[in-house]
Design a binder for this molecule. Structure first.
Ligand SMILES: *Cc1c(COP(=O)(O)O)cnc(C)c1O
Length: 394
């Protein structure tokens, strides 16, 4: 069947790269660091880039390539690259797009380590950054400078679940020829495809939904051939944060059930968000799929569902929030998201502790804010655990 005609769900399972020796149904794991050349002359050609054969796993590996082709197809991009972590993908892309004294405009809220990376780029290379909610086109234009090298967006924003209208930002950025990079970790291509909305590069922490089972750290990036070639040559080959063949294999396996898992994560999250909202001890619930989310039209326009992550504020103080978390039995206190297990964390003291308090306040990360990655358990068991813990907060 022509790959181009396959629906997204089918492309998660089948790919052109699936023609394996011996008819192996699943992608073989080429657990090798190097590849022997049939002759010295072929070796010379491979180094000169005149022969496509493999050389050394940091420069390319068939199992890793099978994953890279899959993610490129799913995101609708020309070339995908796999990395040792989401942060390796984020840093490779940002380093490729910037030079000293450039400027990066970011969504008002970022993964904590991305924030840390931006601080480092500023201290070492004077690459400045600032933040915008990107809600207003005129405000967005006013924030771009002649040195703006890229716009970096998370949507929904971790952990406040605010959204950025990707097609609006992409349209404005095109006028100024500024590339737009989207960290699509919370959505995956099943829920949101930024390249189709006019953005230029998509990044994933594949550690989350794509892996889906909490057993691998990995990153992915997808974009235009020419740009991704430069990322591969400079930031991947020479900096070296590549994915291992076995971890690539785990992600190919994860992708096959991604759509089924995300459907359940989303329906479970919707039920939990709706019920939490009605609970007396809960002040605010932030979930993109909720009818009264102030940016619901953006969700409907660019996301298939509201996803599996929500955040809420508990009545009381930071210590009340921590007391509540300590009462949970089924739900695990852990950072990360997108696993089969429901995970809960306290952003102000955990994932976003690196963000100075002043910045946290501006981003809306209060000390009573709690993030929940709703898992695949029975939604009634998740709810029972939350309610028994809330009862103890009386
Ligand atoms: C986890 C995460 C990252 C970092 O990914 P790692 O795989 O942990 O390096 C980046 N962005 C977002 C939105 C994340 O949730």
């Amino acid at each position: 069947m022509d790959e181009k005609k396959m629906r997204l769900e089918t492309s998660m399972i089948h790919n052109e790269s699936d023609a394996h020796e011996q008819g192996s149904l699943t992608t073989p794991i080429y657990q090798t660091s190097t590849f022997s050349f049939p002759s010295a002359a072929v070796g010379e050609k491979r180094f000169a880039g005149e022969d496509d054969g493999y050389v050394y796993t940091r420069l390319g590996n068939p199992t890793v390539k099978a994953l890279e082709e899959r993610i490129a197809t799913l995101e609708g991009g020309e070339r995908g690259l796999a990395f040792a972590s989401g942060m390796a993908a984020v840093s490779a892309v940002l380093i490729s797009l910037t030079k000293a004294h450039d400027h990066i405009l970011c969504s008002n809220g970022l993964y904590g380590c991305t924030f840390g990376l931006l601080k480092m780029l500023e201290e070492k290379y004077s690459i400045t950054h600032d933040f915008s909610f990107m809600e207003d086109e005129e405000e967005l234009r006013s924030r771009l400078t002649k040195n703006t090298a890229c716009i970096f967006i998370e949507t929904p924003i971790n952990p406040t679940m605010k959204m950025v209208d990707l097609s609006m930002v992409a349209r404005v950025a095109k006028e100024y020829e500024i590339p737009v990079v989207v960290d699509n970790t919370f959505c995956t291509p099943y829920l949101q495809r930024p390249l189709e909305l006019g953005c230029d590069v998509v990044i994933h922490s594949a550690t989350k939904y794509i892996g889906g089972h909490g057993d691998v750290i990995a990153g992915l990036a997808v974009g235009k051939q020419e740009f991704m070639n430069s990322v591969a040559m400079n930031a991947q080959k020479d900096i070296g944060g590549v994915l291992s063949p076995f971890d690539a294999w785990l992600l190919i396996r994860g992708l096959k059930t991604l759509h089924v898992r995300l459907d359940r994560h989303s329906t479970n999250a919707e039920v939990i968000a709706t019920r939490l909202k009605q609970h007396a001890f809960i002040q605010n619930v932030y979930y993109p799929g909720m009818e009264d989310h102030p940016q619901k039209p953006i969700q409907e326009k660019q996301m298939k569902t509201g996803g599996g992550v929500l955040a809420f504020e508990i009545n009381g103080s930071k210590s009340d929030a921590q007391f509540f978390m300590d009462q949970l039995k089924l739900i695990k206190i852990a950072v990360s998201l997108g696993d089969a297990e429901t995970l809960i964390q306290h952003p102000a003291s955990m994932t976003h502790a690196v963000v100075p308090e002043e910045e946290r306040k501006k981003m809306g990360i209060r000390d009573t804010l709690i993030r929940l990655s709703v898992g695949l358990e029975s939604v009634e068991d998740i709810w029972d655990d939350l309610t028994q813990a809330l009862e103890k907060c009386k």
